[in-house]
Design a protein. Sequence first.
Length: 220
Amino acid sequence: MSDLKEIEQQVSEKLVWAGQEMCRKKLTSGTAGNISIKISNDLFAITPSGTNYFTMQPKDIVFLNFKDEVVYGDKKPSIEKTMHRMIYQSRQEVNAIVHTHSTNAIAAASSRNIDKLPTMELEMVSYLGGDINIADFAPAGSLQLANNVQYKMGDRAGVLLRNHGALGVGIDIESAFTSTEILEKACLIYLKTLAAGGPIRMPADFVPTGRRKYLAKFNR
């Protein structure tokens, strides 16, 4: 097996693991959500469309170039392929993306009078980079949604999608998965604070120190 083929097999196995883990942790269900891993600056692998994560196999993973063209794979790629590709192109340090349809993220992103999730606890700074924006709603799989997500994510490790879900990124699949878990927890904390009078932001003088630790993870 060539080195590239071995890497692609490992990537496919990691994506299958991540999809099943996403379901086990109740970050999505059925066939919702999508996950990808960047292999090079012109190749990434993504989960297929309409395939249950617990029946998904490594051979089902689809490989695309940065023109959204299928390089190989028999399945139809996720409809959010353009969103993933645009993030990889705008954030060179990102090597993996996890997009979930988790309950707390959808609830927070569907709340009135909120355009961003405020920084309320330590992990939001050190893992996510601070406040998390909410990308405006657009139909799933649309170029408009991809543009909205890319714009609102900025330099953070996560973004919420209005009336839709959440997305986390990382330097590898494990850190991208952690980003989505931290974001889901932050959404739960936010929703609970609403019932207790509203959130209190982290002290402003702490945020720069925490952000330096965050940026160091991406070698920025």
